[in-house]
Design a protein around this ligand. Structure first.
Ligand SMILES: [Zn+2]
Length: 77
């Protein structure tokens, strides 16, 4: 059984990751509103499938902890 991570879209195995990307760029949308620190924007790790192009964002630990307390971020049913 393979433990290699695969793309949820195409099942490809050619995934690339970069860590610590800021989410409050000057020219794009705020990807994690309400979850930034005072001095530091919330960060995400980005995983890109080089087979199909699917991009996934994973919020960092601090942003995830804040989302649990935030009234802006509601549960999904
Ligand atoms: Zn893919």
């Amino acid at each position: 059984m393979s433990t290699r991570p695969t793309c949820p879209e195409c099942k490809g195995e050619h995934l690339r990751r970069t860590r610590g990307v800021g989410t409050r760029g000057g020219h794009g949308p705020d990807l994690l509103p309400g979850l930034h620190g005072f001095w530091r924007s919330a960060k995400v790790d980005v995983v890109l499938c080089t087979d199909c192009g699917l991009v996934r964002y994973y919020a960092d630990l601090e942003a995830r902890a804040k989302a649990k307390q935030s009234k802006r971020w509601t549960g999904v049913r």
